[in-house]
Design a protein around this ligand. Structure first.
Ligand code: SF4
Length: 495
């Protein structure tokens, strides 16, 4: 609550929080203790973003970094003014300003001669997104308000067409600097009113009553997600698969929050959404016999396959691009006609490119017979990329892709729904609902993002031998669990 406190200063990040949701801004200003803990995955994303910003600064060499942190904005502004007063004004990184009650730090303020500057906002994304425009626009508002002449406002993002050739990055290829001045100028007239609305909202004694919805995760994951969703219904309508804004708005207008309250005649539900409604209403799983019929047709040996991958923002291997998905681990269970289950696995070690060893070992392990059951189209996509990358392996990989791949996810989505899925068909949602005695809770690594982070740590040169061994054990346990989950789902559907 405000409790008569002064309305706090806004900032670039508070402004964008307020654009996403006024309640988010309110909680950010007055109730930060309600925020979710920053997960390891989120921290890794922040850290990757910091690395990208540091590298992008080198596009504007010879600059001065304003070192004062967020909490010392006064000091940062003084240092910025000092840098801007130098006879030959250098690029200024993290330049700090305050105007109209809005604080900002510019990633790069690059002098263009004649006391003009380019404002550069660095993003670790692969393109300019809509939300980046307001991000740059609020900075343009502050800088022009402070009397600076801004020639261009730019967003600098990673160029996913860039192919790393080894050695130092070619920064002009790695980054794209996109002029968004026109877009930012277009929204300048809106900014005073947007700020006024935010301040009026912040002056109230209570946070605004804003229902949860897509804005809780778009364009950013809100840090108050857990707080706002704590009392959410077990079967909230937002769990309807692929529910568009039109359907959700229609349900909201009809006062329907619980899937079980949706009338059978409600317009606009897809066949899948109707199936979900019916299963949740009955409290029982929907299971079409076609699913077991299709799986029973598979002839042993039946392979169950899963990959782990990582996609570093900054490419690590010669011939790879920013955010290219790099497979580094596979797990394979094989069920034979006599019921025996064999497990094989691969996990690359060392700092080198894992892809060739990954592909060769996998082709050899899969041999030339038996269906290959996967959960999603992810593995097939990676196989296609590997076939392209290693033409000499292409015949064997194509033979796997053509006719041997069976996507269990597609079958589950088409023929099964359990109320415990809560709208998700991911294996992490499906497994506990159908095979409750097998889960991931006992594992140190229990999702793909953590696996990717762990691999990145394992292959870092300064990771100790003991830590590497620990990560290796954890990665192997996780990937094996994924394919065992596929086996158990197969057994469940064919029992
Ligand atoms: S979780 Fe959603 S409703 Fe709650 S503050 Fe965040 S964006 Fe707003």
């Amino acid at each position: 609550m405000c409790d008569g406190r002064k309305i706090p200063l806004l900032s670039k990040s508070r402004f964008t929080a307020g654009l996403q949701c006024h309640k988010r801004l309110y909680l950010e200003c007055y109730s930060r203790e309600l925020a979710d803990e920053v997960s390891e995955q989120q921290q890794a994303i922040f850290d990757a973003g910091t690395d990208v910003v540091a590298l992008a600064r080198q596009l504007f060499p010879g600059g001065i970094l304003i070192r004062e942190d967020y909490f010392d904005h006064e000091g940062a502004m003084a240092s910025t003014q000092e840098a801007l007063s130098l006879p030959a004004v250098p690029p200024v990184y993290e330049a700090a300003f305050l105007y109209d009650g809005v604080r900002m730090r510019a990633d790069v303020l690059a002098p263009q001669g004649g006391e003009r500057f380019d404002l550069v906002e660095v993003k670790s994304t692969s393109r300019v997104k809509d939300e980046h425009i307001y991000d740059a626009a609020i900075q343009l508002y502050v800088l022009r308000g402070r009397g600076l002449t801004i020639r261009r406002a730019c967003v600098c993002h990673l160029n996913t067409d860039y192919v790393y050739e080894g050695g130092d990055y070619d920064l002009s290829g790695l980054f794209r600097v996109v002029d968004v001045t026109a877009e930012c100028s277009l929204v300048q007239p809106e900014i005073p009113a947007l700020l006024a609305d935010m301040r009026a909202m912040l002056a109230r004694p209570e946070p605004p009553d804003i229902p949860t919805g897509r804005h809780c995760t778009t364009p950013y994951q809100c840090q108050f997600y857990g707080h706002c969703h704590a009392d959410e219904l077990e079967h909230h309508v937002s769990q309807l698969p692929r529910a568009g804004q039109g359907l959700l708005s229609a349900l909201e207008a009809a006062g329907i929050e619980d899937i079980r309250d949706i009338p059978a005649s409600f317009p606009g539900l897809s066949p899948l959404q109707r199936r979900v409604r019916d299963a949740v209403l009955s409290g029982r799983a929907y299971l079409d016999t076609e699913l077991s019929r299709r799986l029973r047709r598979l002839r042993p040996p039946i392979h169950f396959l899963d990959f782990e991958t990582f996609n570093p923002a900054l490419p690590r291997y010669q011939g790879s691009r920013p955010y290219q998905v790099i497979p580094f681990q596979w797990s394979l269970h094989t069920l034979d006609s006599d019921g025996t289950l064999e497990h094989r696995e691969f996990l690359h070690e060392g700092a080198g490119d894992p892809r060739r060893a990954f592909a060769e070992s996998l082709v050899s392990a899969l041999g030339d017979s038996g269906p290959v059951l996967v959960y999603s189209g992810f593995e097939a996509s990676r196989l296609r990329e590997l076939a392209f990358l290693f033409p000499e392996l292409s015949p064997q990989i194509s033979a796997i892709l053509n006719g041997r791949i069976v996507d269990l996810l597609q079958l589950v989505r088409a023929y099964c729904y359990h109320p415990g899925f809560h709208g998700s068909f991911s294996i992490k949602a499906v497994l506990p609902a159908l095979v409750p005695n097998l889960g991931y809770d006992d594992l140190a690594i229990n999702d793909g993002t953590l696996a990717a982070m762990a691999y990145a740590e394992m292959v870092k040169p300064d990771t100790t031998r003991d830590r590497r061994a620990e990560i290796r054990r954890n990665l192997l346990a996780y990937c094996e669990r994924d394919t065992l989950a596929e086996v158990e789902l197969f057994r469940y559907f064919t029992r």
